[in-house]
Design a protein around this ligand. Sequence first.
Ligand code: RP5
Length: 173
Amino acid sequence: MVSEKSAPVAIVMGSDSDMDVMKSCIEQLGDFGIEPVVRIISAHRTPEIAAEFADNAAKNGIKVIIAAAGMAAHLAGALAGRTTLPVIGVPLISGSCLEGVDALLSTMQMPPGVPVATVAIGRPGAKNAAVLAVQILALNDEPLREKLAEFKTAQKKKVIKKDASLRRRSGDG
Ligand code: RP5
């Protein structure tokens, strides 16, 4: 378990039921060699702990906070209101009758002055939150910037390969 004092990225999720989706975020960060501190903190069920976490995050060396929650997802906004660190919000579906649109709007529709960089709903968003966090950290980290460039090149090559294979199969290549 990584200590808050040594991790550049914190992933905070509203419930342990969010872990299944947020594993993709942890894994994506791991691919870049980043081990995040991971916490379960709820804006509604443990508001005092959420406040204490946000108040101390920068002091503890955290550079980027990723906050994931479902339903009336106020976690990212509640943290963003108490820190100057960038906060990335991941809206989750979490069994909601509104399929995550509730969480999307609750996370994204922040008032002026308190931004939450909101990514896509669910697993794609969980992965993108990790990539966005790495992009922020890479502003001051040349080796990380190189890893990001490799990541982008690898995904480009994958698409080109799939296109070539499709064209071969359809006799077009
Ligand atoms: C949110 O409510 C959590 O982030 C979770 O997505 C959702 C349901 O939580 P549980 O009832 O499964 O703990 O606060």
